[in-house]
Design a protein around this ligand. Structure first.
Ligand SMILES: [Zn+2]
Length: 77
């Protein structure tokens, strides 16, 4: 991690709520079920877990998976 990345992470860490891994994952599941694209990640700064928005590529990937899942449910093999 370079200095710039560390500065960005420190800033995010101070702003964000700290969770345990289980709390963060449960929260993300709950929020994503309402159509959001969040992810839980382990913080390099404080060692806790935070919730953040997915990067664009990840969002697209998740959106595709969701559509694919829905399509399968509508037309079972
Ligand atoms: Zn942190």
């Amino acid at each position: 991690m370079n200095d710039r990345q560390r500065t960005i992470q420190q800033r995010a860490c101070r702003r964000k709520r700290k969770y345990t891994e289980a709390q963060a994952r449960a929260k993300v599941r709950q929020i994503n079920a309402q159509g959001e694209f969040l992810r839980a990640y382990k913080c390099q700064i404080c060692g806790g877990w935070h919730i953040g928005h997915c990067r664009r590529e990840a969002r697209l990937h998740m959106a595709f998976n969701r559509l694919d899942r829905e399509r399968r449910m509508e037309a079972p093999a």
